[in-house]
Design a binder for this molecule. Structure first.
Ligand code: DC
Length: 226
């Protein structure tokens, strides 16, 4: 009999390295990777362009009609708004805060969660976000809550922005990170919190390779036990 597909949920605050680690983990397990934050970012960008990030009613209305799609091109996840590939545009720092703001609107979460479940259905998947273990995949084979100190996360984000040619000051990145953490953990709809049955991994003092290796060990153990 065919084994039922496995799913690995990775949640945690901004900048903990979720997407880097989750992507590497998915590759090593030959599973599909879904970055759910990119979907909220696309909605954030859509509302920024309409100058309506702080208008919850407009956001709730827009999310019903927005033509958002996740496509895989040469194995990499791309986000589309209509025919436009917005995968680059959604990485701009101003989109981070907009994504956090629109993600607090319940109608946005409802539509994104439904899309995420649809994409993952029937596949081996590694998914990262804020509510994957608590809401999107409550029966995930393994749930990891990935953290690192705010200072370490800000340092990493600065490096990443610099590599992308979009440098920002450490102070600004740290302040943004703390504000976004607050917003993500204090919203009423599916706030960021560890699932009760999640394994906590603190990557502050580990390299990427060490963290991925630890996550892979946990994943294989959980997959074998399923
Ligand atoms: O992971 P990220 O930084 O790309 O996510 C951008 C924002 O989207 C984040 O501040 C909160 C929101 N988000 C969410 O509410 N739920 C998810 N599953 C993923 C992201």
């Amino acid at each position: 009999m065919q084994n039922k597909p496995f799913s690995i949920a990775i949640d945690g605050p901004a900048g903990a390295g979720k997407s880097t680690m989750a992507k590497a983990l998915a590759k090593s397990l030959d599973a599909m990777y879904l970055d759910t934050g990119a979907m909220y970012r696309a909605i954030g960008l859509y509302m920024l362009r309409r100058d309506a990030v702080n208008n919850a009613a407009a956001i709730a209305k827009a999310v019903e009609d927005v033509d958002i799609a996740v496509r895989y091109i040469d194995g990499a996840q791309h986000l589309f708004l209509g025919d436009e590939d917005v995968s680059q545009a959604i990485r701009e720092p101003e989109v981070s805060m907009a994504a956090s703001t629109v993600s607090a609107v319940p109608e946005v979460r409802e539509r994104m969660v439904a899309l995420q479940r649809g994409i993952a259905e029937g596949q081996n998947v590694v998914m990262d976000g804020r509510d994957i273990g608590t809401k999107v995949l409550p029966n995930a084979t393994l749930k990891i809550y990935l953290t690192a100190s705010a200072e370490e996360r800000a340092r990493r984000r600065c490096r990443e922005l610099e590599e992308k040619g979009m440098p920002e000051s450490y102070e600004k990145v740290l302040q943004d990170m703390i504000r976004r953490d607050y917003q993500d953990t204090h919203r009423a709809a599916s706030p960021l919190q560890p699932a009760e049955d999640s394994v906590h991994v603190d990557s502050s003092n580990m390299t990427i390779d060490e963290t991925v290796a630890l996550m892979r060990r946990l994943a294989i153990e959980a997959i074998e036990k399923r």
